[in-house]
Design a binder for this molecule. Structure first.
Ligand code: GLC
Length: 567
């Protein structure tokens, strides 16, 4: 990276999933008023940016990722005035607000799609992707990410329309210039209103070639035209605006592609969300085919991305979001304990084992990589997976579709529930437990839209913030402060140490100009003490930060993570 570094190279982003953050109007669903009331919680963490998952008008088939009006707020979440009030308060606290942009598809209730369905002659028809039947069937065998064919028959037009997600989420046709212009105008509208950028939902899916016969993702992910679309979007929307943030969600993106998308000279995106590290514990068939994670493989994956984007491009750093299980349950002591006995991930183990240690260790490792860290709501207090034991507790369309299919094909109910308990997106969608009060931990004055999960009432914001030197929040705040003050954390080169070690995650960060001492991170992902290998231990200098306070001996305690000067 040459020249002055962009502002987001020392920024930390906090993701709010509005449904589950705080309910201001007592209907059981989180909303904008609730976010505004609890904004100091986010500001106190010291983050720079708030990313809001979708709050636009939506029939909520996929919790707002199915938008029927890109320019208005869904009444479930509030009003446009309430949005403006929130934006003012975010800015007043010195933070930026990034919106979700969901333009691979709209809702089938969007007036664009309603017009498109009227007739093939309607100009909006071409804003979506339609094909005639082939031999009385779907035009190809593409599958929707949430199960079933990616094509749905529309009797009115006598054609199939494409939807990579649910049938209620028809894919927009990015080959149509009028559609693209409408999207650009909508984006400019939000930026003119004061919004500071976008997190772009499955943005590498926008260019696709439906003539291709492939049931893999090759024909709809990463078609070369996606670069043209992003460059055009940059020119029409972002060029000339200051201090914006753009991050593209890109399932299946390779490190080579990411280097292109985030090369500043190409004017496409600031950073991407890659999926490699969150796919390593998936089995070969579906993401619900859970495998234990293997630390050397996980370390190597993140290290590869560090190296590949060291000279050109930039990484986003995340372990969780609204689509992933909670990190404590997935990579922490609970997950390691379950898999050590060869039990399937998620079954049996105590969900609270070394919870504080696991949460703070994982945060330390993540925040000390090079890139822009993302904190998903609730991870700053060490929330655990929901722990639902019956299918009626689930709300997520992906989870429900998968369960019906799996049980329908003969999977025992208990096995299907085990798989969901580990992998379902609902694990990270339970309400933020502000305190231990009835009926919903201060989240709402009524029964919430989804259960509070097994963590409540033990795990709450109030308890964590009062926990002194065992507060996940306080530790996360220290990590964020460190990024803001240390050029080494912001920009230092990354080197993985002890790559094959099964329970030690160790790496160094160093500035080429040696203007600051190098740092080393050492973390023990096991529930027994770990003697550091000589070549690491003998170079550790002053303690910069640790999750268990001042070390007692050179050895790492169970789930201890430390940052040291290194030399
Ligand atoms: C993205 C979102 C996810 C949504 C999907 C379809 O992956 O993060 O929540 O279901 O896109 O919009």
């Amino acid at each position: 990276m040459t020249g002055p570094e962009p502002w987001w190279t020392d920024a930390v982003v906090y993701q709010v999933y509005p449904r589950s953050f705080a309910d201001g109007n007592g209907d059981g669903v989180g909303d904008l008023a609730g976010i505004r009331q609890h904004l100091d919680h986010i500001a106190d963490l010291g983050v720079d940016v708030v990313w809001l998952s979708p709050v636009y008008r939506s029939p909520q088939a996929d919790n707002g990722y199915d938008i029927s009006d890109y320019e208005d707020i869904d009444p479930l979440f509030g009003t446009i005035d309430e949005f403006d009030a929130l934006l003012v308060e975010v800015h007043r606290r010195g933070m930026k607000l990034v919106m979700d942009l969901v333009v691979n598809h709209s809702s089938d209730q969007h007036p664009w799609f309603q017009a498109a369905k009227l007739s093939r002659a309607c100009p909006k028809h071409d804003w979506y992707i339609w094909r005639a039947p082939v031999d009385g069937h779907e035009p190809n065998e593409w599958r929707s990410a949430f199960g079933g064919p990616a094509w749905t028959w529309d009797p009115g037009t006598g054609q199939y329309y494409l939807h990579m997600f649910t049938p209620q989420q028809p894919d927009l046709n990015w080959d149509n210039p009028d559609m693209r212009a409408a999207v650009h105008a909508m984006m400019n509208g939000w930026l003119d209103r004061g919004v500071d950028g976008f997190r772009m939902d499955v943005i590498n899916h926008i260019a696709k070639d439906p003539e291709a016969l492939s049931d893999g993702s090759a024909a709809y992910v990463m078609q070369p035209r996606v670069h043209d679309h992003l460059q055009e979007m940059h020119e029409r929307v972002f060029a000339g605006r200051d201090a914006m943030l753009t991050v593209g969600e890109m399932p299946g993106v390779t490190v080579q592609d990411a280097a292109l998308f985030t090369d500043p000279d190409r004017h496409e995106l600031d950073m991407v969300f890659q999926f490699e590290h969150v796919g390593l514990d998936h089995g070969p068939t579906t993401k619900f085919d859970n495998r234990p994670f293997d630390l050397p493989v996980l370390k190597a994956s993140l290290a590869r991305w560090q190296t590949a984007l060291a000279e050109t491009g930039w990484n986003s750093l995340y372990l969780a979001n609204h689509d992933q299980p909670r990190p404590v349950s997935r990579f922490g002591a609970a997950a390691v304990a379950a898999t050590a006995g060869a039990a399937p991930p998620g079954s049996g183990a105590d969900p609270f084992a070394f919870r504080y240690e696991s949460a703070t260790l994982l945060a330390t490792v993540l925040h000390l990589h090079r890139g822009t860290p993302y904190v998903y709501q609730g991870d700053e207090i060490g929330m655990v997976n929901a722990g639902f034991r019956t299918i009626d507790e689930y709300r997520d369309i992906e989870s429900l579709n998968w369960y019906r299919g799996a049980v329908g094909r003969g999977m025992p109910v208990a096995e299907a529930l085990d798989a969901l308990a580990f992998r379902s997106r609902d694990n990270a969608r339970t309400p933020i437990p502000w305190d231990d009060s009835e009926p919903a931990g201060g989240f709402s004055s009524t029964t919430p839209w989804i259960g509070m999960g097994q963590g409540w009432p033990a795990v709450t914001v109030a308890a964590d913030r009062a926990a002194g030197d065992r507060s996940v929040f306080a530790h996360t705040r220290r990590l964020i402060d460190l990024r803001h003050t240390s050029r080494t954390v912001r920009l230092g080169a990354f080197e993985l140490l002890e790559a094959d070690h099964p329970s030690l995650w160790a790496f160094t960060r160093s500035l080429p100009d040696e203007s600051e001492p190098p740092l080393a991170v050492v973390a023990n992902l096991s529930s027994s003490a770990l003697e550091l290998p000589e070549d690491v231990g003998s170079h550790l200098g002053d303690l910069v930060l640790g999750n268990l306070g001042v070390p007692e001996t050179g050895a790492l305690r169970p789930w201890e993570a430390r940052v040291h000067a290194f030399g």
